[in-house]
Design a protein around this ligand. Structure first.
Ligand code: GUN
Length: 289
């Protein structure tokens, strides 16, 4: 079987191009979407993500306000910044890059973000709206996965989708979105015995575990659609230091029906959907004012 490679970079570009018309319509009303990105500490991977998010904003005509705080920042100080951003009319979206340092409660920070500025879709109000089928801001990575599946023509109704990983950022919202499209959904995680036996039943696999190349060809049904959310560094061997996903991409060629690469699959989609959520936040704010 020939495996179709799903080009996330190209799809993300077309989403970003489509956004320019919406940004122009806002500009005609003297409104410019604005995204505040807050980074606490100096995790190198987070620094790269945050830089990429700011650059993408600038290209799309979205104002970006970057706040880089020391790892020693207290929860109170971070809450004060969030409060200021909540009150700033130039800021339509607020993203606090996760993880935050251990002495700060991520839940407390997420709850402090105004739900109508929560472009990550992590606030309990937005999680509840998503869970009840009334989504406002869908978390960017799972939203990007759904667009990739639609773009690849993968029919979800009645199909078995297996999500590997149960995080609040990817696994749980992913399962809700697949369910909404009438898939039969299984969520697997680190305590699932015989992961391979479960994944082998899947018509659609979404891998979001954070373990380099852990999903191998023998674990995947022939013809399955495989979406790889993982971004890992290869620990050793000839490709040490390079990026790879949770899926053994080379091993699955010829077995998966379609598959996303890493890099160039889900990653660029996450950023495109963040821009889309920010434009949506600005549109909703403009409607209200
Ligand atoms: N860390 C990893 N992914 C994400 C994301 O989508 N949003 C935020 N805020 N932090 C993250």
């Amino acid at each position: 079987m020939e495996t179709r490679i799903i080009d996330g970079a190209a799809l993300a570009r077309s989403i970003r191009t489509d956004l320019t018309a919406r940004v122009a319509a806002l500009a005609a009303k003297n409104a410019r979407p604005g995204l505040a990105v807050v980074l606490v500490g100096d995790d190198p991977a987070s620094q790269v993500y945050v830089r990429n998010k700011s650059r993408a904003c600038n290209e799309a005509g979205i104002a970006s306000f970057q706040h880089t705080l020391a790892a020693s920042t207290s929860q109170q100080e971070l809450l004060a910044l969030v409060g200021k951003l909540n009150a700033d009319p130039a800021v339509h979206g607020i993203l606090v890059q996760l993880p935050v340092p251990k002495h700060i409660s991520a839940d407390a920070i997420i709850r402090a973000i105004a739900p109508e500025k929560d472009v990550d879709g992590f606030h309990p109000e937005n999680v509840g709206l998503l869970a009840t089928g009334n989504a406002r801001f869908v978390p960017c990575t799972p939203a990007g996965v759904m667009r990739l599946l639609a773009h690849a023509g993968v029919d979800l109704a009645g199909r078995h989708a297996v999500v590997v990983g149960r995080s609040n950022i990817v696994g749980k919202p992913m399962a809700l979105l697949l369910l909404e499209k009438h898939a039969t959904v299984t969520i697997c995680h680190s305590r699932t015995p015989d992961l391979g036996a479960v994944i082998r039943q899947a018509d659609v696999v979404v891998a979001a575990v954070g373990k380099a190349r852990m999903i191998t060809a023998d674990m995947v049904k022939s013809g399955a659609a495989v979406i790889d959310v993982g971004i890992n560094r290869i620990p050793d061997g000839p490709d040490a230091g390079k990026l790879c996903g949770d899926v053994d991409f080379a091993g699955l060629l010829g077995r998966a029906g379609c598959m996303t690469p890493v890099p160039g699959g889900v990653g660029p989609m996450t950023i495109a959907l963040l821009l889309e959520n920010t434009v949506l936040a600005a549109e909703l704010a403009t409607l209200k004012s």
